[in-house]
Design a protein around this ligand. Structure first.
Ligand code: 6LW
Length: 588
């Protein structure tokens, strides 16, 4: 026996002697699992919205193009390729990059904030701080994303030579005041940043009074080269809604500068406005037909209402046809015109053709209802994507790879690797950073993309103490969530527990809705499922993988909406493992 073999044998003996006493194996992985962790064999997601059951004609595409929380879209075309990005607030990785060649089939190819050291999403509010309203541009082989990290550093630019990344560390722009910046590369080589901020000094007359501004910047360092010039003082005199005039973009079409920006706030009154000028610094003339997109003013009792249309980015395809991507919300209830209505799918990304008349673009004629199905762009059809971004679909996540696919989301920035994936298992340490505490809990999830959906997992977990719990989670923010997990009670019996946190006044770790002593399988595995249907949420479990038992039905799913929780996102659902949570959430 050589030294290497002897050393390996000794290591194996030592490791088994030090291993936790409870060890078990999982059929799926046929490997020994570390009993100190929670292990997830798969995660199933099935979405089934009525509106998506309507057959789609071969020449049509489905709106939204990106279902589930995908707000503030920005898009750039590079040759025949289109790249689209969205806001992600305090979730990590941040700012997804989607790619398409036909504007119908979209694939997430990466994220712009993908290294923990790039951006500090620590301690911030998850759903109204962090990165929002990013804008993407391209010039001479380089992709640029400009954005604001709200309460985490301010305005910045990241760059990449390939859209999938790696993306650079941020170039911070301390001189740039306000939020929602976008870059405009003029054809004379100059670079500008147009952004949203308050009017100067005492000129701000009411809380929603904002303005649109532009600066010229150095194209490499993004240092300021000109004064910050106000282009539109939103004020309250315009015949259209200029409240919270934000998210501006500049385009140059046939020598004319177009300044387009949403107004009305990002809810019920949301709309898109446009101005034009011969000079980038103005004076900008408003389109007499503003707004060029809104659903405000339509009857509230229309079927399957979509509201909050706005925050558009317009672009020209390879045929010279113009399109707009924008955000909107599919609401399931609008009690007493209550802005913004109830929806847990977040602000999603939609797309419509843009028509031009008399030198002005229109996204949707006034009074028209936003269509769910639209004639496809006249572009060569791409291969259907393997992971659907809209319509009804089912997907089983199997954790075969050593790295997580780019659509998985963490709550804030992880600073240690507490998860492992590969060989058909996702393992997590039940760490003592808990939900509700504005920390970085052991949770990995995906966007909830349907009003009606089921999501389930098979968890194998042997809680080592009363403080541990692992299972399925539906999250809106730190103060609004449901957990459904395996834990121990005070008598050391294994229990299945459902907790609900429904507001900041509810206990940090939620209150127990149900706790059932359970004989989990001999390998400590159980299947857990949540079924959401608009405002209702059901919880069931299965020990044999076939028959599911209902544990709680009809829980209030409205706590998963921003109408109840505040903030700017939709629900994210996935798997969690926690330590140190029992006492406060217990019934006893
Ligand atoms: C964002 C603003 C907006 O800053 O919502 O709808 C805000 N538009 O532009 C948060 O996403």
């Amino acid at each position: 026996m050589n030294n290497k073999i002897i050393f390996t044998l000794i290591s194996i003996l030592l490791l088994s002697a030090c291993a936790p006493s409870k060890r078990y194996s999982s059929k799926e992985t046929s490997q020994t699992l570390d009993a100190s962790k929670a292990h997830f064999s798969w995660f199933d997601y099935a979405g089934n919205d009525d509106i998506f059951n309507k057959p789609l004609a071969a020449d049509e595409f489905q709106n939204p193009i990106l279902a589930g929380v995908h707000p503030d879209p920005s898009i750039v075309r590079v040759g025949k390729d289109y790249y689209l990005i969205n806001s992600t607030f305090g979730f990590f990785p941040g700012i997804p990059i989607y790619h398409s060649t036909d504007l119908v089939n979209w694939t997430q190819i990466g994220n712009a904030i993908h290294r923990p050291e790039q951006m500090p999403f620590d301690d911030i509010y998850l759903t109204n701080n962090g990165v929002y309203a990013p804008a993407i541009e391209y010039r001479d082989g380089i992709f640029y994303i400009i954005n604001t990290c709200v309460n985490c550093g301010g305005n910045f630019v990241v760059t990449a030579t390939g859209p999938a990344g790696p993306w650079s560390d941020p170039i911070w722009m301390p001189h740039l005041i306000g939020i929602d910046p976008s870059i405009f590369f003029d054809d004379d080589g100059k670079t500008y940043v147009v952004h949203h901020r308050d009017p100067e000094g005492d000129k701000k007359r009411y809380p929603a009074h904002t303005a649109l501004w532009v600066i010229e910047v150095d194209p490499v360092t993004f240092e300021q080269l000109s004064d910050d010039v106000m282009l539109v003082d939103a004020g309250d005199e315009a015949p259209w809604n200029t409240d919270y005039h934000e998210g501006p973009h500049i385009y140059k079409v046939d020598g004319t500068y177009y300044l387009s920006a949403p107004g009305g706030g990002t809810g019920y009154y949301h709309q898109q406005l446009i101005y034009r000028s011969d000079d980038i610094f103005g004076k900008y003339e408003p389109n007499p037909n503003n707004p060029i997109l809104t659903q405000f003013g339509l009857p509230d009792d229309r079927e399957n209402p979509v509201t909050a249309t706005g925050h558009a980015d317009m672009f020209e395809d390879t045929n010279g046809d113009w399109w707009a991507v924008f955000l909107a919300t599919r609401i399931y209830d609008l009690p007493d015109n209550q802005d913004p209505g109830y929806f847990h799918t977040g602000r999603e990304t939609f797309m419509l053709p843009v028509t031009w008349q008399d030198g002005w673009p229109t996204i949707l004629e006034k009074g028209e209802v936003l269509p769910y199905t639209v004639k496809k762009p006249n572009l060569p059809p791409a291969q259907p994507v393997s992971r659907a971004t809209t319509g009804n679909f089912t997907v089983r996540e199997q954790f075969t790879e050593k790295t997580l696919a780019p659509h998985w989301l963490f709550v804030r920035t992880p600073h240690s690797t507490w998860w492992q994936t590969g060989n058909n298992v996702l393992s997590m340490e039940p760490r003592n950073e808990r939900l509700g505490e504005r920390k970085q809990p052991s949770f990995i999830g995906r966007r909830l993309a349907h009003m009606k959906a089921s999501f389930s997992t098979k968890v194998t977990f042997s809680p080592q103490s009363i403080t541990e719990e692992a299972g399925l989670l539906a999250l809106q923010n730190d103060e609004h969530y449901y957990t459904f997990g395996l834990g121990l009670n005070k008598s050391d019996e294994t229990v299945l527990r459902i907790r609900q946190r429904a507001g900041k006044d509810s206990p940090t770790h939620g209150t127990v809705l149900a706790e059932k002593i359970i004989n989990a399988n001999s390998d400590n595995s159980i299947e857990l499922r949540m079924d959401i249907d608009k405002s209702q949420l059901d919880f069931s479990y299965s020990l044999d993988g076939k028959n599911y038992q209902l544990l709680v039905d009809n829980a209030d799913a409205k706590i998963l909406t921003s109408a109840v929780a505040g903030g700017f996102v939709g629900a994210v659902v996935g798997m969690y493992a926690e330590g140190g949570m029992y006492a406060e959430g217990s019934k006893e």
